[in-house]
Design a protein around this ligand. Structure first.
Ligand SMILES: *Cc1c(COP(=O)(O)O)cnc(C)c1O
Length: 389
């Protein structure tokens, strides 16, 4: 099969030409001084993207590695943890935490909803023993957003550390690790940064390091070890193992592009694409998956699949008939997602997504007001988008 004309997925997303070019940089020895400089520069750039002055650890594996490593580092058998579940990634974190022996407490809401900060505050007040709060910022499979800006300070005031999955929010949705008082944050390059999949971009606060260092269950001499990265690399200048040289170049280029554009402009662009996409979906007579507009995430638009069809059927038809790759619900429900992240959170991409989805549904026997959808999406862009040139 040919490559798609448009990748409007929930990630990995289309990478920019600059990222692709950087991925083609020469592969050097990892102790070559040029690579060492590149690695250090990339750490500092990731810190700027995460808005933190804390240590940055670049783990050499897709963000799931960083999330598992963080969970293992923070808990030991019996640790009382509050895990917030509003979707697939929150649920998965809970499975890990209980596997690692945590005394697991969860606030769970429907997968089209978000966890309220007041519920978190109330729960912590009645459970003073909680030591760690785990939360997903943008629950990508549901297209929803949890109020991490409020949850961070609540957890800190309670004396608990936070473990934050910000894989799909960073670069496209406001995210401020220090201002929001977050402890361990895990981002991914392949979402709003428009970088390559294959690395975990993490920040670790001093409080988190203290806890991890004192945790006899935290992995050591392991691919999953944050402590190895701290002791060998951050403090000793020796890599625990060979970094993914090409991916590091790709991540640096993705960060450069974002920082040159400016975080705020990038976020505005993602929000505008999301508004255009949502307007198009509603005008076609379709339903957004998130319960309310206020909890929608700007990185993907999740759309309820009409009765009688499945997400896989719709996604496959859009791809096979129209060459546009969108995403299914990844277990969150019968929904499809139009991604607008990185290079696709720009220009007419959302219009392409709306038109392709509308036409596919019509082909499959569900009436969609395609013209109205395209017009509504264009109307938002015409009114709000800055001139291209
Ligand atoms: C993409 C993503 C991850 C990484 O998971 P993969 O399924 O390997 O892509 C983790 N958390 C969230 C919220 C994500 O969007």
């Amino acid at each position: 099969m040919n490559d798609p004309d448009f990748t409007l997925s929930a990630g990995p997303v289309t990478a920019s030409a600059r990222t692709l070019a950087a991925l083609g940089s020469p592969i050097t020895y990892h102790y070559d001084p040029a690579f060492l400089e590149c690695f250090r520069r990339t750490e500092r750039k990731v810190a700027r993207v995460l808005q933190t002055s804390a240590d940055v650890v670049l783990m050499q594996g897709e963000a799931v590695l960083g999330l598992e490593a963080a969970a293992r580092a923070l808990v030991r058998p019996g640790t009382p943890v509050l895990n917030l579940v509003s979707g697939v990634f929150g649920k998965g974190m809970g499975y890990w935490l209980s596997d690692f022996g945590a005394d697991l407490h969860e606030i769970e809401v429907a997968y089209n909803d978000a966890v309220g900060a007041t519920e978190v505050e109330r729960f912590l007040r009645s459970h003073p023993e909680i030591e760690v709060v785990a939360v997903v910022h943008s629950e990508t499979p549901s297209g929803t957003l949890n109020p991490v800006a409020e949850i961070g300070p609540i957890a800190r005031a309670h004396g608990a550390l936070t473990l934050v999955d910000c894989v799909s929010s960073v670069g496209g949705i406001p995210f401020k690790a220090d201002e929001w008082q977050l402890d361990v944050c895990v981002a991914g390059p392949q979402k709003c940064l428009g970088g390559p999949p294959g690395m975990s971009l993490m920040s670790v606060s001093e409080g988190a390091w203290a806890r991890i260092g004192a945790n006899p269950a935290a992995p050591r001499a392991s691919f999953l070890s944050l402590l190895d990265w701290k002791e060998q690399w951050l403090e000793g200048g020796t890599f625990p193992f060979t970094p993914s040289v090409s991916d590091v170049h790709g991540v640096e280029a993705a960060c450069d592009q974002l920082l040159e554009e400016g975080l705020e402009s990038s976020i505005e662009r993602h929000e505008l694409s999301a508004r255009a996409c949502r307007a198009g979906i509603r005008a076609m007579g379709l339903e957004l998956w998130p319960r309310t507009e206020e909890i929608t995430a700007a990185c993907v638009t999740a759309v309820t699949v009409p009765d009688g069809l499945t997400d896989v059927q719709v996604r496959s038809h859009v791809r096979e008939r129209y060459g546009v790759m969108i995403s299914g619900g990844q277990g969150a429900g019968n929904l499809v997602r139009i991604g607008h992240m990185g290079p696709t959170a720009r220009g007419l991409h959302p219009v392409v997504g709306v038109a392709a989805l509308g036409r596919a549904l019509t082909d499959l026997g569900v009436q969609a007001e395609i013209g109205a959808g395209v017009e509504a999406a264009l109307e938002v862009l015409a009114r709000e988008a800055a001139p291209v040139a």
